[in-house]
Design a protein around this ligand. Sequence first.
Ligand code: HEC
Length: 155
Amino acid sequence: MKTWICLIGLAASLGAAVATSGWTAVAQTRDPRTVKELMKEDIAPAADVIFNYVAIDVTLAGVVENAPKTDAEWAEVRKSAVALADSGAQLKAQGRGREYDKLAQEMTDAALLARRAADTRNVSRLRAAEQAMNAACENCHQKYWPRSDQQPNGR
Ligand code: HEC
């Protein structure tokens, strides 16, 4: 019983978070592009913007933890996060089944964390969101893109 109450509480607070954040991206029509095109044209570029902003450079001079600094940089992070969240909806609209949808939703959720991080200019949140995004790419690729482990950037 406790679990149920917890779950209901969680669902309610998630619902509230979504409502207050004004998230309304629902794919109305199915994007005519293939999954491969969506990955190449939308998803990878949007993800790369975020990955690059939080990249950790290890050089002879030491370790540099990059982060967005200016308003314009944070705005770019936000824009990419929103695009990525939207792409998750596009993946779901392709009708590949429940497991696939769940993995696509994972990517959207991670992207929304990144958007929230940008809204609050919170670098550690952005790092956490980036980890979640990375995991979301990898989880789906392991299952639905069998060749991913042979790719140079198979995430
Ligand atoms: C819900 C599933 C799913 C998620 C989530 C996902 N991918 Fe993919 N991705 C695929 C599938 C399936 C393919 C293989 C498409 C094909 O070759 O037909 C693919 C292929 C790719 C490719 C190769 C495209 C090409 O040129 O052949 C890249 C790059 C890529 N994904 C990047 C990403 C990144 C970055 C993320 C996370 C931010 C991500 N993907 C999240 C399913 C997913």
